[in-house]
Design a binder for this molecule. Sequence first.
Ligand code: VGL
Ligand code: ZN
Length: 199
Amino acid sequence: MAKDALIVIDVQNDFCPGGLLAVDGGNEIIPIINKLIMRFDHVILTQDWHPAGHSSFASTHPGKAPFETIKMPYGEQTLWPDHCIQGMPGADFHPDLHWTKAELIVRKGFRPHIDSYSAFFENDHKTPTGLAGYLREREITNVTFAGLATDYCVAYSALDAVTHGFAADVLLDACRAIDMGGSLATLLATMRKAGVTLI
Ligand code: VGL
Ligand code: ZN
C-alpha cells in the first residue's frame, strides 16, 4: 500500500519577503502549506543551513556578485547573497508556518565547500543527506513537495526523489520560484519529462 509524506522545502525567513534571498510571494504559500500539513499523516521539513562564509555565497569569492556563476569541482554553481546562516533568524522557519507536526527536519548545505539544492543529495549529486534511507526505512513510497523555491530546491528534490524510485508530486500552488534566466520553465519541463507529477 502506498504510504505518503509531505516534504516542505525551505520555508525559511530568508526566502520570504524581507529576507536575504527573498522569493516573490514566498509567504503567500504558507496558509496552503499549513492546510497540507494538517492533511498528511507524515510531514518532513527541510532547512537550508549554511555556515558563514559558505562557498555558495558571492561574498566568499572576491570580485563576484550575487547571481553570477562560477565553476566548482562538482560543476557550475550560481552564487547567492548570504542566506540561511546556521542559527541566524533568517534560517528559522517562517513564524506563520505550522511546523510542529514535522517528524523529521533535514538540514542541507552545511558542508562549507559544496551547495545543496536537493533534499536528497548535495550538488555533487553523490553526497547523500540520508533522506532516501529514512523514507525507505519508514516504508514511505510517495512524496509530495511544497515550498521554496520551485525551480531550485523543490525541483532538484523532486527529480532526485524519482531517481530514488519514489513517486513524486509537486503542488505548484504551494510553491514559488526564483525564476532566473528562464529557470522555472526549464525545470518544469525537466520535472515533467522525468516523471514528476506537477499538480
Ligand atoms: C535555495 C538557492 C540557494 C532554495 C537554496 O531553497 O531553493 N536556492 N539556496
Ligand atoms: Zn542556500
